[in-house]
Ligand binder design. Structure first.
Ligand SMILES: C[S@@+](CC[C@H](N)C(=O)[O-])C[C@H]1O[C@@H](n2cnc3c(N)ncnc32)[C@H](O)[C@@H]1O
Length: 301
């Protein structure tokens, strides 16, 4: 992580004052939507002023962009690929004909590639499109470089756009225009989850699907203990060895623990105007590997 950014978040963190929306589940509370200038938000286990989080997160992904795919494979032992495969195949892109998709916080294009491959391989669909949106130009650059090696390069099926998930430019990302909105391992990095969900709701067509793959809450105490041990000791160490960057990977692990548990996030999705299934695994969300990750879906009503 860039030293100046890290220094800035270490020295300027202070406590927030007012609260306008509080999500609470058991011992966890998530304050999400105040715009008070004193408001702080979590950046990993630290609190930072709300208006600084975006540049800190940008610093993390600037720093990890070139090693992101390698580190993803190494730190998850390749499991992120299985989760992404399952995520995309559960959405069955192309089943009802070509779709217009937006993959937000799309990074290096893992989800976009799977959507296009899945639509083509299962439904012979070569018309589904994916617009990959990310706040970070470096991540998009890696994605663009990667797509050059695919059959989708230079076709209308794929495009890359630099934008903030919380405020997608309305002239480019119009209301009611997408069939499918995906966001994978991205929403926890955004300063305001409700703002992201509102934008997702705005750009989806009525009946369109919101689908989020994110690290989540492990309920089994034994699995949780093993997972904690692995995350906090192995992943930052791998970050040091493979990417020369311990701080960024420490942040990524910490940010997972700060993300709301499944029922709280499901409620946020409903509050944004989506219909979800019942509040249980197999309903509003589907746990993967005991909740290490989970898929939340909602339909725009
Ligand atoms: C962990 S990566 C996930 C990338 C990809 N979706 C995947 O699954 O491999 C998180 C991505 O979220 C992006 N991101 C963070 N905050 C964002 C925001 N406010 N708007 C759009 N993208 C954001 C980062 O730049 C980064 O590319």
């Amino acid at each position: 992580m860039q030293r100046s950014l890290l220094h800035s978040f270490r020295t300027t963190a202070r406590l927030g004052a007012s609260r306008t929306r509080l999500y609470s589940t058991g011992q966890h509370k998530y304050d999400t939507s105040s715009v008070d200038s004193q408001k702080t938000v979590s950046f990993g286990f630290k609190n930072v002023p709300e208006d600084e989080k975006e540049s800190l997160v940008r610093g993390v992904f600037d720093s990890v962009a070139s090693s992101y795919d390698l580190m993803n494979d190494a730190s998850s032992l390749g499991v992120h690929r299985l989760w992404k495969d399952e995520f995309v195949s559960s959405l069955r892109p192309g089943r009802k004909g070509p779709m217009r998709c937006i993959d937000v916080a799309g990074g290096t294009g893992d989800i976009a590639l799977r959507i296009l491959d899945s639509a083509r391989e299962k439904y012979a669909d070569r018309e589904t499109t994916v617009e990959v949106v990310d706040i970070n130009a470096q991540m998009l650059k890696e994605g663009h470089r990667r797509f050059k090696k695919t059959m989708y390069h230079n076709t209308p099926q794929i495009s890359f756009h630099e934008a903030n998930a919380q405020e997608l430019p309305q002239d480019k990302f119009e209301d009611n225009s997408y069939d499918l909105y995906t966001i994978a391992f991205g929403i926890r990095n955004c300063t305001s989850i409700p703002a992201v969900l509102q934008e997702a709701h705005r750009v989806l067509k009525p009946g369109g699907t919101f689908a989020c793959l994110e690290f989540s809450r492990v309920n089994n105490p034994l699995l949780s203990a093993i997972y904690d041990q692995y995350s906090f000791s192995i992943i930052p160490l791998m970050g040091t060895i493979l990417a020369g960057d311990r701080d960024s990977y420490q942040y990524l692990v910490e940010s997972i623990r700060k993300f709301p548990p499944q029922p709280t996030f499901a409620q946020m999705i409903r509050d944004a105007g989506f219909f979800t299934g019942k509040d249980l695994d197999g309903g509003a969300w589907t746990d993967l590997w005991g909740g290490i990750a989970s898929v939340h879906t909602g339909v725009k009503v």
